[in-house]
Design a protein. Structure first.
Length: 288
């Protein structure tokens, strides 16, 4: 019987409860009398409802009440119109009861995540990530500072395609900076060479690297693989908790974004703050 009910819903005999529910919802919407009022649809709706009820909780269905869609197609099992109407009425009642249970479960779930410690923690994450996003944007428009540094070593043999679609290689400085520059500049930059870094005012993100080439010309280059090079992506990511808060609704997307914000953003914010000593720059407003 189980295999036949699985065939009605179009799922395997090893399908999970979530897969069974998803298949049931899909077919019930197609053959529900409000969507499809034909006699054939009514018969399929009954079979779908009974299949779902059996597969969801087999022990609660007695043998005497087990039906299958094939009953309608066998003359020896032909039923009167009255019997069909009765089965259809029972199927509709079970469908409405199932909808009511799911609605109550959803209400309980969304009430749980919209109050208490979890909700307060989510609001803290939302406020902090929004503040950090605002600082990243503000940092782009405040005056830059130029800092003199010195090249310690670099390796042009190591190269990758950067975010700006150019081949970049690593360069390291006396202050501990690790920068990725276009490979064309490595012929001009040697160990011990003085360079100048343009940093943002608060978080001290390196915007550009500059130096005098062999002809005495002032050369400026961007840096790759850094927060500065994709800061707008970081800003958008940091604003997801705020968007989730503003778009608060009883939907699957909201639930996913809420859980994502609570369990992922703690680590994400820590990585952003700890890398490049941003927490220290933030506390001292860029003076350290």
């Amino acid at each position: 019987m189980k295999e036949y009910y699985c065939k009605i819903l179009g799922v395997s005999s090893h399908a999970s409860a979530q897969e069974i529910k998803k298949a049931y919802r899909k077919k019930a919407l197609i053959y529900h009398p409000d969507k499809n009022p034909t006699d054939a649809a009514m018969e399929k709706f009954i079979a779908i409802q009974e299949a779902y009820e059996y597969l969801s909780n087999p022990p609660k269905i007695s043998t005497g009440k087990q039906y299958s869609y094939k009953d309608f197609n066998h003359p020896e099992k032909a039923q009167s119109e009255e019997e069909k109407k009765q089965r259809f009425k029972e199927a509709q009642e079970r469908y409405e009861q199932q909808k009511a249970r799911e609605k109550a479960e959803n209400e309980a779930y969304f009430s749980k995540i919209s109050q208490g410690r979890l909700w307060n923690y989510f609001r803290f994450i939302m406020c902090f990530s929004t503040l950090l996003a605002g600082l990243l944007v503000l940092d782009q428009y405040l005056p830059s500072r130029w800092v003199k540094d010195q090249v310690t070593h670099g390796d042009p043999r190591v190269y990758y395609e950067g975010f700006n679609r150019e081949s970049v290689s690593p360069l390291y400085t006396a202050s501990g900076q690790g920068l990725w520059l276009p490979r064309q500049y490595f012929y001009e930059i040697v160990e011990g060479k003085n360079i100048y870094l343009e940093e943002s005012f608060i978080l001290r993100e390196v915007k550009h690297l500059a130096f005098f080439n062999r002809q005495g010309e002032w050369v400026t280059s961007f840096t790759d693989y850094s927060v500065q090079s994709i800061y707008w992506v970081i800003v958008i990511l940091l604003l997801i908790p705020l968007i989730t808060y503003l778009a608060k609704s009883r939907t699957l997307l909201y639930s996913f974004l809420f859980q994502f914000s609570v369990y992922f953003y703690t680590l994400f914010i820590l990585v952003v703050l700890c890398s490049n000593q941003r927490w220290l720059h933030l506390l001292t407003l860029g003076y350290l």
